[in-house]
Design a protein around this ligand. Structure first.
Ligand code: ATP
Ligand code: MG
Length: 365
């Protein structure tokens, strides 16, 4: 009975709309919102924008909408909601054959699935210790109330495992992980950035427990002394600060910002992070462990004294050891049709690293 009534209501609304006069829409901008009744993510990928427009127009032709209205998909992903975020002209408009329908890009928001665990992270004992409390919170947010760990700053040189740690945190607590670059939050128009941030946090809340990982944070959180460098990012900063302060509202959401240059951050912004976690370059023992760990994963056997190479690679990060030293050595071996990686290949890789534009100073000391 209820279904029948709602169906009739829908029909009459359509009829009414048909009778209503609205200007034809030149442009409709849609934001994928998600489902009304569950927590499925609203990250959808449109493979062909033109095709999406045809598809959208076909099912919503003749519909009258205004900014703030919702449109529901009834075909491929039934009941998936799109919010109308912009219309041209403004006000009530009708979707016609001529309407340009644009889907708002939400690709800066990456919902990531990962299987990285803390066991995969070599060294960083202090980091892991500090992460324990974040894990406890993500598992039982209600226990913490206003004492929740909410905003954490990860800092340290590139390639030391900051992103990797966020992935492990998400994986081990079955939390949703949103990986975004601070620069992706910068919008084209006034209002874009704050909306993106608002939507991001809404999505994170809907899928809590979740982690929002903001990479390259210095791009927006720079101290005013570097104003000319950062341009006008005050809109992003203000929107972000509102969310960072929203303890009660954002229950089960942890924000982790990551930067290589914490000293360049604006003090007011930096003070919002109750915990700062430092990622250091690996020491001798850790370099050895990292080399051993990834050597085992290489498609060719490694026949070399890895301790010897751990000793001469001071200043290299985990990423450098893996992506530069070992990978280049592997490629050298493959190029020479060798069935194993020998010290000769690793020596050649070392030489290449030293010839790179900015090899670590320590490698020469
Ligand atoms: N401590 C480590 N243990 C194991 N692997 C590591 C470690 N540090 C780095 N790596 C390897 O290097 C890769 C890059 O690390 P990651 O992306 O986490 O660095 P990052 O600190 O986020 O760097 P950036 O500041 O450039 O974003 C990792 O995916 C991993 O393969
Ligand atoms: Mg990173």
């Amino acid at each position: 009975m209820d279904d029948w009534i709602s169906l009739k209501l829908k029909e009459s609304k359509k009829f009414e709309k048909g009778q209503r006069i609205a200007r034809p829409a030149k442009l409709i901008r849609l934001l994928p919102i998600g489902y009304p009744l569950n927590n499925k993510s609203n990250v959808i990928a449109v493979s062909d924008e033109k095709l999406f427009e045809v598809y959208a127009k076909e099912q919503w032709l003749g519909t009258i909408v205004a900014k703030g209205d919702y449109l529901f998909d009834q075909r491929l992903i039934p009941d998936f909601a799109f919010k109308v975020v912009k219309t041209l002209p403004q006000g009530e408009v009708m979707i016609t054959e001529e309407t340009k329908i644009v889907l708002e890009k939400i690709n800066p928001i990456y919902r990531v699935k990962t299987n990285v665990t803390f066991k995969d992270i070599i060294g960083h004992e202090r980091v892991k210790e500090k992460c324990k409390i974040i894990m406890k919170y993500l598992k039982e947010p209600e226990k913490f109330g206003e004492w929740a760990p909410k905003n954490i700053l990860f800092y340290g040189p590139p390639g030391t495992g900051k992103t990797m740690t966020a992935k492990a945190l998400a994986n081990e607590t079955s939390s949703a992980l949103y990986l975004i670059r601070a620069t992706d939050l910068i919008g084209e128009y006034v209002g874009d950035a704050s909306r993106k941030i608002h939507d991001l946090y809404k999505m994170a809340r809907d899928t809590a427990p979740s982690i929002i990982f903001i990479d390259e944070f210095d791009a927006i959180g720079l101290d005013r002394a570097y104003q000319s460098l950062r341009g006008d990012v005050s809109e992003i900063v203000n929107a972000l600060l509102t969310e960072l302060d929203g303890i009660e509202e954002n229950r089960g959401v942890v924000t982790i910002a990551s930067t290589n240059n914490p000293t360049m951050l604006d003090r007011a912004i930096r003070s919002r992070f109750e915990e700062e976690i430092e990622f250091k370059l690996p020491n001798l023992k850790e370099r050895y462990e990292i080399l051993k760990h990834y050597a085992k994963k290489l498609p060719l056997r490694v026949e070399a004294d890895l301790m010897k190479y751990a000793r001469v690679t001071k200043g290299l990060s985990g990423r450098d050891l893996k992506e530069k030293l070992l990978k280049i050595a592997l490629h050298k071996a493959i190029a020479k049709d060798s069935d194993k990686i020998t010290e000769e290949h690793i020596e050649e890789a070392l030489k290449e690293i030293k010839n790179l534009p900015s090899p670590p100073k320590e490698m020469f000391s």
